[in-house]
Design a protein around this ligand. Structure first.
Ligand SMILES: Cc1ncc(C[n+]2csc(CCOP(=O)(O)OP(=O)(O)O)c2C)c(N)n1
Length: 323
């Protein structure tokens, strides 16, 4: 299905914002100005945006340790995110979540998560509640090829099938779990989707570097799940441009691998090429969207530098939930 001009612009602007946000983080973290462990999502933008462009605020997502892209795609505020990563009390989670534990319940973003494989069970719980509400809402869990090896993910897939929960398992296969290649670590038929199939789910597979492939695939999956067929799974083949964490020298990459994927598998470049060749958007519009994304990130960085730091008293608040 053809997207409207406004839809194309919105999707590209979100992808460009994620890219600009993370490239800026990459530079700033190298200076030591931001503390904490950070995992960048650059390269995978088409997956987060291609999935989330279909969702309403009432649909839920659960993210991973590599969560900035998912958060921004679901509508989390750019400055609130930057302040959070900066550890400011003005951040989305008052600076207590940091890069790996950002959540924004009002946006249906149930949390990034430092525990690999912890997202899927949370999403199944959210999906069960969507089912009880009966309003056609879904819950989506993003998991990497590493997370698909965790028992929690298997249990969650089984539970989703048994309860017919409207849960979508989005597997982002970026070919590495930390420094271990997925061909080495993922058994069976050397893919992830077949595992979900074995649990009785209908599965899809698509190129995660092509926004349009992701978007079209998700449309089909959402129709299927919202129609009450129970859970579904999809494996997107994607690439990560930076190391596992910021500071990772990536010695495990093949020779020329990073240059090759940046040249041929960059989802922003692929989007640009597709829309300009089809005459849907011209180069100047894409350039303006890149500039607008950079300006948003400039403003977020400036605001984060000036933002309040936590006080000693802040340590004692939000420790326990009161019911
Ligand atoms: C339960 C658990 N085991 C191990 C780790 C350490 N760890 C952090 S990220 C990661 C690899 C995750 O790989 P993948 O799921 O493919 O996601 P990617 O980093 O590729 O996005 C591991 C093993 C952890 N955080 N939690």
């Amino acid at each position: 299905m053809q997207l409207s001009r406004d839809e194309l612009i919105q999707a590209y602007r979100k992808m460009a914002t994620i890219r600009a946000f993370e490239e800026r983080l990459h530079d700033i973290i190298a200076t030591g100005e931001i503390a904490g462990f950070t995992h960048l999502y650059c390269g995978q933008e088409a997956v987060a945006v291609g999935v989330c462009e279909h969702l309403a605020i009432e649909d839920k997502i659960v993210s991973t340790h590599r969560g900035h892209g998912h958060c921004l795609a679901k509508g989390c505020d750019v400055t609130g995110m930057m302040k959070e990563i900066w550890g400011s009390r003005e951040g989305l989670c008052k600076g207590k979540g940091g890069s790996m534990h950002i959540a924004d319940i009002d946006k249906g973003m149930l949390g990034a998560n430092g525990i690999v494989g912890a997202g899927a069970p949370i999403a199944v719980g959210a999906a069960m509640s969507c089912k009880l509400d009966g309003e056609g809402r879904v819950a989506i869990t993003f998991s990497g090829d590493g997370a698909c090896n965790q028992g929690t993910t298997f249990e969650a897939m089984n539970m989703a099938v048994v309860t017919k929960a409207p849960c979508i398992f989005v597997f982002e296969n970026n070919h590495y779990s930390e420094h271990t290649g997925f061909e080495y670590a993922v058994g069976t038929q050397k893919d992830i989707a077949s595992r979900a199939e074995a649990f009785g789910m209908k599965v899809w597979r698509a190129d995660g570097c092509d926004f349009f492939a992701v978007h079209d695939t998700m449309r089909e999956i959402l129709e299927y799940v919202r129609a009450g067929n129970g859970p579904a799974a999809v494996e997107f083949d994607t690439e990560r441009f930076y190391g596992h964490f910021e500071g990772d020298p990536q010695n495990y990459r093949g020779e020329g691998e990073l240059d090759r994927i940046r040249e041929t598998r960059d989802c922003l470049k692929i989007f640009r090429q597709k829309v300009t060749e089809a005459g849907l958007l011209d180069e100047a519009v894409i350039d303006e969207l890149n500039e607008a994304a950079e300006a948003d990130v400039d403003a977020a960085v400036e605001a984060s530098r000036a933002a309040d730091r936590p006080t000693a008293e802040d340590v004692l608040t939000d420790v326990y939930v009161e019911y």
